[in-house]
Design a protein around this ligand. Sequence first.
Ligand code: FES
Length: 219
Amino acid sequence: MSEPIRLGEYPRVRRVDERKPPELRFSQRAIEELERIKKHYPNKRAAMLPALWIAQREYGGYLPPEALMEVAYRMGTSYAVVEGVATFYTMYNKRPVGRVMLEVCTNLTCSICGGYDILRYLEQKLGIQVGETTPDGQFTLMEVECLNDCGNAPVMQVGDRYYGNLTPEKIDALLEELRTSDQHTVVQLADTVVQCHLTESERQDIERALARAAQAEEG
Ligand code: FES
């Protein structure tokens, strides 16, 4: 089952007052990325999904109301429009999540091949239920729909990587590896998706723009 949408968690803000912009937290890199991605589309609003991925990365793995406000401001649209998109798609996190997000598929093929056993095993190993985060903020456990890798069922997504043919032994080894890594898999996934929206020459262009800005700052 997907994460429940709790619309009430967001304040009702009908539109952004552009004369009084919100507190802006996008890095220079994020601004450069968004400006280039916007140019891909005749209608700038079509860049909303990558804009939200940028925001999810910049705000540490989830989209608080301030992040939606900033996206609205940078996309020149209303908070309500951004909120409508962000709450429609399950890949945008509506509340803080752990450093490592474990997304276990329990759709048809995976459930036949033991997806629920894997899910229950992870609940027991981590001491949490589906949808919860461990008290140390390290792991969030989610149940997701088909990950489109049914041939390797049961499957789990962690950041931008898939792990298939899962067994309790494989889970033990993976949890050990993830515990000792310092990678924020949710932020890393967001960055991977953002990079996929840019061409190689745009990525190089951004690096040059950032280098010029750093040089100018040094004086
Ligand atoms: S049913 Fe799990 S990947 Fe398709």
